[in-house]
Design a protein around this ligand. Structure first.
Ligand code: XMP
Length: 526
């Protein structure tokens, strides 16, 4: 039984980050909505209560019965979680008068324990409207800030802690140390959750589950489906057949080069070229959601057609990852985090196959680490995310072969130039693996692409007047695509890329750079 920490989600925007930080410490954890935890068995070493947009003083404030855990296994309440611990057990919580948002300096009054090895004064991140005005009887303050007296506290004689700041966010400079103290020292977790241990245990599980059954998997060329395929291939060998659909909307030479790289990896891949069907079905479609629907439907049809030739297939492998699985706490008024643009829905029900999702408990960065542990080339593991509807949602308006060709050329120049630009001395962290520095701009950027705009503008080339399209460059840094910031390119790179695209791509005479972050914008334009 894998030891774990359970995180109960009360609806904070950063709950997932608690999970990711624990996983960075090689501690396995699972996140559940506060009211849907499957139970605390002997494998649970500790419980973390997340933050929340709610106030514990609200009549319908989310609450949880802790009688079977408090005093028995360690608990850490974060922000709302800390206020809940205080409020439930006799302390007081009131609306805060002081501004308790942003950076604050924490003064540790009782070092050791949760604050073992943490500086006496340490920067933390606060974000709350309520504040604890009195601690429950038998609780002691561990740390304070200028505005928040009970910034951290502990119940006497038990490992129950509360912190009103967010140790999981990067602005809490020693937050990881505090989480490490909690998980490793207080809960006694062993930090054994590593990519290699994951590969070993999941291969064993997959072998038991799948036996001699045949498995089909849709490959996209992306990191998740590739890692899922390699893992399944190791478990069931030639019983795995992968299908890679060419929707005619892929990047320049992508279909051929990805197929080629899969062959080199010993995967059994069927290339399903349905480009003509997709382009025909998309003719005249301008609405982004309609594009997604058409592409989703055709993907299912194409996949089914090719999958039908594989006799006795019992399982459908999918590269689903943990952020797609985690249910948010579903607090009224808080938007659900589940994205609407997952475009392979409908596949399993129609095909009567059982689902196997070997990566469903992994975060994206873990998928990459597992990929490396499996020996997958960096070139594949470090690939940028690419949307299912591909270039269709990067051509604003209707899609034609001509527009696709223009976009493919511009995109190819952009991506190749990112790879070619040596930025090893510039201090950009790698987007795929922030623990090291990026060697080139492709590695520094989380996702990049070109958007073909339906705008023509006047230009001059030689002595000639031109009237051609504009393209927008998009490049962002992100960790999970939920939020993103535009990438600060060196000016010389922007200048060169603009020159190259305008000189080499017929049909384009203007290049603009998108400097919008998400929110309020999104990564894709459609
Ligand atoms: P947005 O544009 O919502 O994108 O900020 C977030 C991430 O999701 C990708 N994306 C999609 N992926 N089908 C997909 O499989 C889609 O319809 C889709 N739309 C956006 C986007 O590229 C980014 O990585």
């Amino acid at each position: 039984m894998t030891e774990k920490i359970i995180i109960l989600d009360f609806g904070s925007q950063v709950t997932q980050l608690i999970g990711r930080r624990l996983r960075e410490l090689n501690v396995y954890c699972e996140i559940y909505p506060y009211n849907k935890c499957p139970g605390i068995d002997g494998s649970v070493r500790g419980v973390i209560l997340s933050g929340s947009p709610c106030s514990v003083r609200d009549a319908n404030a989310p609450d949880v019965d802790l009688s079977s855990v408090k005093g028995k296994i360690p608990i850490l309440g974060i922000c709302y979680g800390a206020q809940l611990l205080s409020y439930k057990y006799g302390g007081e919580v009131r609306g805060s008068l002081a501004r308790e948002y942003g950076r604050a300096m924490l003064n540790v009054v009782r070092p050791g324990g949760l604050f073992d090895g943490v500086s006496p004064r340490s920067q933390v991140w606060m974000s709350h409207g309520d504040t604890i005005s009195a601690l429950p009887e038998g609780a002691q303050v561990l740390a304070s800030t200028d505005d928040v007296e009970f910034a951290a506290f502990k119940f006497d004689g038990e490992d129950t802690y509360g912190v009103q700041f967010h140790p999981e966010v990067y602005h809490s400079l020693e937050g990881l140390r505090m989480l490490s103290n909690f998980a490793l020292n207080i809960c006694g977790c062993e930090a054994g959750w590593t990519p290699a241990s994951f590969v070993e245990s999941s291969l064993q599980e997959l072998k038991e589950k799948l036996g001699d059954d045949k498995v089909i998997l849709g490959l996209s060329g992306g990191v998740d489906s590739t890692v899922a395929a390699v893992l399944l291939n190791k478990a069931v060998g030639s019983n795995l057949t992968c299908i890679f659909v060419n929707n005619g909307l892929l990047r320049k030479n992508e279909y051929e080069s990805v197929l080629e790289s899969y062959k080199g990896m010993g995967l059994n891949v069927i290339g399903a070229d349905a480009s003509e069907d997709f382009l025909a079905a998309l003719a005249g479609v301008t609405d982004p959601e309609q594009k997604r629907k058409v592409i989703g439907r055709l993907f299912v049809e194409t996949f089914e057609k090719y999958a039908g030739s594989i006799e006795n297939a019992r399982w459908l492998g999918q590269g689903t990852i943990y952020p797609d699985v985690i249910e948010s706490a579903g607090i009224p008024g808080i938007a659900s985090k589940i994205k609407s643009h997952h475009n392979v829905g409908g596949l399993p029900e129609k095909m009567h196959l059982k689902i196997v999702e070997p990566l469903r408990m992994l975060f994206k960065d873990e998928v990459r680490r597992v990929g490396r542990a499996l020996g997958i080339k960096d070139e594949l593991v470090g690939r940028h995310p690419f949307p299912g509807p591909s270039l269709a949602i990067r051509i604003i308006g209707d899609i034609t072969k001509e527009k696709l060709d223009v976009l493919r050329e511009a995109d190819d120049i952009f991506i190749r130039s990112l790879r070619a630009y040596d930025c090893s001395s510039m201090g950009f962290p790698s987007a795929a693996d922030p623990s090291r520095m990026a060697s080139n701009l492709y590695d520094a950027v989380w996702q990049a692409g070109v958007i073909l705009l339906p705008i023509k503008s006047v230009g001059v080339m030689g002595d000639e007047r031109t009237y051609k399209n504009a393209v927008a460059l998009r490049a962002v840094v992100s960790t999970d695509a939920m939020t993103a910031d535009w990438f600060r390119f060196p000016y010389d790179f922007l200048s060169k890329i603009s020159e190259d695209i305008i000189n080499k791509v017929p049909g384009v005479n203007r290049v603009v750079y998108d400097i919008s972050s998400k929110p309020p914008s999104t990564i894709e334009w459609e």
